[in-house]
Ligand binder design. Structure first.
Ligand SMILES: [Zn+2]
Ligand SMILES: [Zn+2]
Length: 1009
C-alpha cells in the first residue's frame, strides 16, 4: 500500500507542490488539506471506492436489521393508535373547529401532493445530501438589516416555489447570480459534490483558505450552500407531507393518498441510505454514513471533507475527527439527525403500511421491508453510536431524549421489544440523572421543556406495548403513569413553573415567550387530568391542539382555558422561588432565581424577574440561541442583581461550583417573601437578598428589596426595566425624582452590528457622585411605568443603556440600566429599595416610602422601613438580633411586618420572630424557630422531636418552608402540618440523600378583630 502511494505521489507531485516531493504523512496531510479546501476530489495516492472496513461494517449492520425484523411478533396496524382512534377523530371533526382545520390543512397539502406529476417526489427528495441553515448569513444585508450567522429564521422557503429561498430581512432570493455558489466540495468516494458561496473577502483572497475570512457562527467559519439548504427544506416538507397523506388516508380511506405516502417513504428510504454524515461546523464524511456516525473521531483524513484548512487542526493522516459529534451532526439534519422526526415518520408508515385499494394491497413485502430497513432502522441506527453502541443507553444529555424517543417510535411501529427496552432505559437514565427530585431539569426552563418534548413521548409511545415474556420486568412494571412518581413530578412541574398566561419565565437560557410543548400538554390532559383538566387551552395559548389531541382526546376538553390556579412555589432542586398574586391570565409574578450550576444556566444568582399584571417590569433577557449577543445575556452584568468588584459571578467553575442557599420563605394572602444567599462571589462572606411582595387589591403588588453584601471593594446594585426600552422610541424615558443626572444622550442605533460595543456592556453612562439618601427613578412609556424607590444611601448613581436583544429579530434593541454603587475597603452594603409597577391607567400605589432609624440595640444588621400605599400601610422590620422599638412597634427576630389596611384594620405577619407587638396586638416571648436533626424521614415527612412550647401552625392559607439540606444544597420544602414529633411537607418529596438537619421558622399571621 505504502509503495503505491509513493509512486503516485512522485507522478503527481507537480500538481500541488513545487520543489520537494511529499513523502511523510505530514506532507501528505498538508497536500490533502490544501487540495480539498479548493474543491479537489481524489488525491492521486488515494484508493478509489469504499474500504474493506466500511464494507464489513455495513454487512454487520444489515445482518442486525435482518435479525431484529425476523424476531418480532405479528403487528395489527395501526399499532401506534388505540382501536377507537378513528371513531374519535371522526367525532372530533364533527364537534371542533380546530380538528376540522387540522385535518383540512393536512388534506389540502395531501391533495396538492397527489396532484403533482410523476417525477415530483424524486425532484423534491434528492439523492444529494441536504445541507442546513445553521449559522446562515445573508450576504446581501448582513450588518445592515440582519446579523452575521443568524441561521434559522433568516430565510423563508415556500413549497409553491420550492427551488428558492428568500431573505426575511431584505427580500433577496437565493440561489442568485449575484451570490453564486462557485466553490465545490467534492466527495469522490461516494460520488457527491456539494456547492458553496464564498463571501467577498474569500473571493478577493483565494490564497487564504484558512476559514478566517468566512462568515462565522459562534466562532466557527461557515460556508453556505443555498441549493443544499433548499434540498433540506424540500425533503423536510415531503416528510411532513407523508404524515398529511397518511392522516388523510386514515380518514378518507382513499388509496390515492396512501399510494403517494408510500412513494414518499420509499423515495426517502432510497435517498436517506446515501445521505452523507455531516456536522454543523461544515464537515462532511466521504464514507458510508453509518460508518462515519460510528467512527466520527476515527476517520481517514482523506475521508473528511471541509472547505477551511483550520478545520483539520489536530487531525493526522490516518486519524481525523468530525468537528462535532452527533450532538451537531446527522444526515438529514446536523443535530442528532433531527431524530425526533422519526416519531411522525413511524406513525405515517404505521397508518399506510397495510393500505389497500379495494382488496389489493398497495405494499409488496419488499417495499415494506425497504422502508423498515433503509429508513426507519437506518435512521435510528445513525444515533446508536452516540448512545454507546447497539442496545446501549449510556448517554444522558439534553439531546439524547430525542434519540430514545425515535427508538420508542420505531420500536412501536415495527414491534421491536429490544429497541423499546433501550428507549425506556434511556428515558429512565435521563429522568434520574438530568432531573432533580423536584421534577425540574438541571438546565433552564426552556431546556427543561425541550427535554420534556422528547422525553415524555417515550413512555407514551410505548404505553400498552406488548412485551414478550423475555421482558418480564417490563411486563410487570405495568402503567408508568400510575407507578412512576418522577414522571408525575415532571408533568406537574411543566405547569406550576409558568406565568399565569402559560408562558415560561424567561430565566436562564429560555426564549422570551416560550411555552410548554403542545404535545406534552395534550398528553398531560390524557394521562393526568387531575392537573391538566380545564387548563390546556391556557397552556397552549395561541397554538392549537395537534395530532395527539385529534387521535387521543375529546375535542371540547382540550380547549378549555381556565385559570391555571398557580400557587406560590419554590423548586427545591432548581432553587428558584416564584411569588405570585392575583388570578387569571394577568396575575402578577415575581421570580427569584439562585440555581446551582447547570448547563444553559446563567451567572445570575439572586436575580429578579417581575411581571406585573401581564407586563414585564424587571426583565431577564432570556436566550438568543447561539448568537454572539448571548454572551451578554448569560453574563452577571446583564441581570438585576449586585455586581461585586466589576467581576462576574463565579460560574462554570467545576472545581468550586457556586453554592446557593435558601434562607427563608413564606407565603400569605397579604405578603409573601423569600430570602436567599450565594457564594458566587468568593470575596463576599455575605451576598444575600430578601424580597418581600406586598399584595394589594386585584393583582397589584409592590416588592421590597433588601440586598446585603459584605466583602470586596465595589458593590454595584444593578437594575434594568423592560419598560422604556428603545422599542418605546422617543416616548420611553428614564427620569429621576430627588436626584440630578446629566441629560441622557439619544440611545445608540447599532442596527444588525455584532461588534462588541453593540452587543456587550453598558454605554453612555451619566453619574451623580453625591446622591441624596432617598430618591426615585421612573422608567416610563405610554401606558406603563415603573418606579424604583432608593431607600439607602449610596456613594454613586449611574444611568446607562445596554443591549436588550431578546430574540433573533429585534437586534440592536437597547434597555435602560441603573447602577447604585458603593466603593470602599472591606465594604458592607445594605441596599434597600422598593419596586413599584404603575397601573396600566397610569396611577401609582405608593404614597410614601421611607427608611426608619433603628436603635443600636437592634444589632448591626437591623433594617426598618415604612411604606404607605393606596391599599394601606406597613412597617417592615428585619434582622433585629435583640428586641427594639421602632415607631411604636416592638420587634425581635428575622422579619416582622405590622400593617393596617385601608380601613385601618391592623394585621401582622412575623417569621422567625420572638416578639412583634403594637397597640395591644402581637406577641412576645415566643420561640422564633424550631431547629434540629430529624431522626427519620419518609418522602413527605420528617421524624423530629422537641417541638417548641406553644408552637402553632400558621392559618390554612399561609405557608412556610422548612429549610433542609437535600444532600447537596441548603434548600427548602413547603410545610403542610406539624405534630410534636413530625413535620410534614407537601408537593415535593424529600430527597433520599437529605442530611436531616432542619430549621423551621415560626410563621405567625394575626389579624385585629
Ligand atoms: Zn438579507
Ligand atoms: Zn438570565
Amino acid at each position: 500500500m505504502k509503495r503505491s502511494y509513493r509512486l503516485a505521489i512522485i507522478l503527481s507531485a507537480g500538481m500541488f507542490l513545487t520543489g520537494a516531493i511529499p513523502q511523510s504523512d505530514d506532507q501528505l496531510r498538508e497536500q490533502y488539506i490544501e487540495a480539498v479546501v479548493r474543491g479537489k476530489g481524489y488525491m492521486p495516492w488515494q484508493e478509489p471506492g469504499l474500504s474493506r472496513k466500511e464494507i464489513d461494517f455495513r454487512n454487520l449492520i444489515e445482518q442486525r436489521k435482518t435479525q431484529l425484523l425476523a424476531a418480532r411478533g405479528p403487528i395489527r396496524r395501526p399499532v401506534m393508535l388505540d382501536a377507537d382512534a378513528r371513531k374519535r377523530v371522526l367525532r372530533n371533526l364533527e364537534s371542533a373547529d380546530w380538528a376540522r382545520d387540522l385535518v383540512r390543512s393536512a388534506r389540502e397539502k395531501a391533495d396538492y401532493l397527489v396532484a403533482q406529476p410523476d417525477g415530483y417526489v424524486a425532484s423534491m427528495i434528492g439523492e444529494l445530501t441536504p445541507w442546513y441553515d445553521y449559522g446562515m448569513t445573508c450576504p446581501n444585508c448582513v450588518g445592515h438589516k440582519s446579523q452575521e450567522g443568524i441561521g434559522h429564521g433568516l430565510l423563508n422557503w415556500d413549497f409553491h416555489s420550492p427551488d428558492t429561498l428568500t431573505c426575511n430581512f431584505c427580500g433577496q432570493a437565493y440561489p442568485s447570480p449575484r451570490y453564486p455558489e462557485t466553490q465545490k466540495l467534492v466527495c469522490p468516494r461516494t460520488g457527491q459534490t456539494l456547492t458553496f458561496f464564498l463571501n467577498p473577502e474569500e473571493q478577493a483572497h483565494p490564497e487564504n483558505r484558512t476559514g478566517e475570512l468566512a462568515y462565522h457562527w459562534v466562532g466557527h467559519p461557515m460556508h453556505m450552500s443555498f441549493t443544499g439548504t433548499i434540498r433540506q427544506y424540500k425533503a423536510t416538507f415531503m416528510i411532513s407531507g407523508a404524515s398529511d397523506l397518511a392522516l388523510t388516508w386514515f380518514i378518507t380511506n382513499d388509496p390515492r393518498y396512501a399510494r403517494r405516502a408510500q412513494q414518499i417513504l420509499l423515495r426517502l428510504a432510497h435517498c436517506y441510505r446515501g445521505w452523507l454524515y455531516h456536522d454543523y461546523w461544515n464537515t462532511v464524511a466521504d464514507t458510508d454514513p453509518l460508518y462515519a456516525a460510528a467512527h466520527d473521531d476515527d476517520l481517514e483524513l482523506a475521508w473528511k471533507r471541509h472547505l477551511s484548512t483550520e478545520a483539520f487542526a489536530g487531525d493526522n493522516l490516518h486519524k481525523a475527527s468530525m468537528k462535532r459529534d452527533f450532538w451537531g451532526a446527522g444526515r438529514l439534519h446536523p443535530s442528532t439527525d433531527s431524530m425526533g422526526t422519526l416519531s411522525s415518520v413511524s406513525l405515517a408508515f404505521d397508518l399506510v403500511a397495510d393500505a389497500r385499494d379495494g382488496s389489493r394491497h398497495l405494499w409488496s413485502a419488499t417495499d415494506r421491508e425497504k422502508v423498515e430497513r433503509d429508513l426507519l432502522l437506518e435512521w435510528a441506527f445513525t444515533g446508536e453510536h452516540y448512545l454507546g453502541g447497539p442496545d446501549q443507553s449510556k448517554l444522558i444529555n439534553n439531546k439524547s431524549p430525542r434519540i430514545y424517543h425515535a427508538f420508542a417510535s420505531v420500536a412501536r411501529a415495527l414491534n421491536l421489544p429490544r429497541l423499546a427496552d433501550t428507549a425506556l432505559r434511556g428515558y429512565e437514565g435521563v429522568r434520574d440523572e438530568s432531573f432533580t427530585d423536584d421534577g425540574f431539569s438541571m438546565e433552564s426552563p426552556g431546556y427543561t421543556m425541550m427535554y420534556l418534548s422528547e422525553l415524555l413521548p417515550i413512555p407514551e409511545r410505548l404505553h400498552g406495548f406488548d412485551w414478550p415474556d423475555s421482558f418480564a420486568g417490563r411486563q410487570t412494571a405495568g402503567d408508568l403513569y400510575a407507578g412512576d412518581a418522577r414522571l408525575r413530578l415532571m408533568y406537574r412541574m411543566m405547569i406550576d413553573q409558568l406565568q399565569s398566561n402559560g408562558v415560561e419565565l424567561p430565566l436562564e437560557d429560555t426564549e422570551v415567550g416560550d411555552r410548554a410543548p403542545g404535545e406534552c400538554i395534550e398528553m398531560g390532559l390524557k394521562r393526568y387530568p387531575e392537573y391538566f383538566k380545564g387548563k390546556t387551552g391556557t397552556l397552549l395559548g395561541h397554538s392549537r391542539p395537534g395530532l395527539y389531541a385529534l387521535f387521543h382526546l375529546e375535542a371540547e376538553e382540550i380547549v378549555k382555558a381556565d385559570d391555571l390556579g398557580l400557587a406560590e412555589i419554590y423548586f427545591p432542586g432548581w432553587m428558584t422561588a416564584i411569588l405570585r398574586h392575583g388570578s387569571g391570565q394577568q396575575a402578577t409574578v415575581l421570580s427569584f432565581n439562585f440555581s446551582p450550576e447547570g448547563n444553559h444556566r446563567h451567572a445570575d444568582n439572586l436575580s429578579l424577574f417581575y411581571n406585573d399584571r401581564g407586563r414585564t417590569i424587571l426583565g431577564d433577557h432570556g436566550y438568543v440561541g447561539d448568537m454572539p449577543v448571548n454572551e451578554w445575556v448569560v453574563s452577571t452584568f446583564s441581570h438585576n442583581l449586585v455586581i461585586v468588584d466589576d467581576q462576574a459571578q463565579r460560574f462554570r467553575d467545576r472545581a468550586n461550583p457556586r453554592r446557593p442557599r435558601l434562607e427563608m420563605m413564606f407565603a400569605t394572602p397579604r405578603v409573601s417573601a423569600a430570602e436567599a444567599s450565594s457564594d458566587a462571589y468568593g470575596q463576599c462572606p455575605v451576598y444575600r437578598r430578601l424580597v418581600i411582595l406586598l399584595k394589594g387589591p386585584e393583582s397589584q403588588t409592590v416588592a421590597v428589596d433588601i440586598f446585603r453584601v459584605r466583602g470586596g471593594g465595589k458593590h454595584d446594585y444593578r437594575l434594568f426595566s423592560e419598560l422604556a426600552s428603545s422599542d418605546a422610541g422617543a416616548r420611553g424615558a428614564l427620569r429621576f425624582e430627588g436626584l440630578d443626572l446629566p441629560s441622557e444622550p439619544p440611545l445608540p442605533d447599532f442596527g444588525g452590528s455584532i461588534k462588541r460595543e453593540a452587543i456587550f456592556g453598558l454605554r453612555d453612562a451619566r453619574e451623580n457622585i453625591h446622591p441624596a439618601a432617598a430618591w426615585q427613578a421612573v422608567w416610563s412609556q405610554p401606558g406603563r411605568s415603573f418606579r424604583f424607590w432608593c431607600l439607602a444611601p449610596v456613594t454613586k448613581v449611574s444611568a446607562a443603556n445596554g443591549p436588550g436583544q431578546e430574540d433573533h429579530q429585534h437586534y440592536g434593541r437597547r434597555v435602560r440600566y441603573l447602577d447604585l454603587i458603593n466603593e470602599g475597603k472591606d465594604l458592607v452594603s445594605t441596599f434597600v429599595g422598593l419596586h413599584e409597577p404603575g397601573t396600566p391607567e397610569g396611577s401609582m400605589a405608593v404614597r410614601s416610602a421611607r427608611r426608619l432609624d433603628v436603635p443600636a440595640e437592634a444589632g448591626p444588621d437591623a433594617a426598618a422601613l415604612a411604606i404607605d400605599t393606596s391599599w394601606g400601610g406597613c412597617i417592615i422590620l428585619n434582622e433585629f438580633a435583640r428586641p427594639a422599638m421602632v415607631e411604636g412597634v416592638r420587634f425581635q427576630g428575622k422579619l416582622g411586618i405590622f400593617g393596617k389596611d385601608s380601613k385601618g384594620k391592623a394585621w401582622l405577619i412575623a417569621v422567625g420572630a420572638s416578639a412583634l407587638q403594637r397597640d395591644g396586638i402581637g406577641f412576645s416571648g415566643q420561640a422564633p424557630e424550631w431547629a434540629g436533626r430529624a431522626s427519620g424521614k419518609t418522602p413527605y415527612a420528617l421524624t423530629v422531636s422537641s417541638r417548641p412550647q406553644g408552637w402553632t401552625d400558621p392559618p390554612k392559607d399561609c405557608r412556610v418552608w422548612v429549610l433542609l439540606n437535600d444532600g447537596r444544597f441548603d434548600t427548602g420544602f413547603p410545610v403542610s402540618a406539624t405534630k410534636a414529633d413530625e413535620i410534614s411537607v407537601e408537593r415535593f418529596p424529600i430527597p433520599a440523600k437529605t442530611t436531616g438537619d432542619f430549621r423551621l421558622y415560626a410563621l405567625r399571621c394575626l389579624e385585629a378583630d
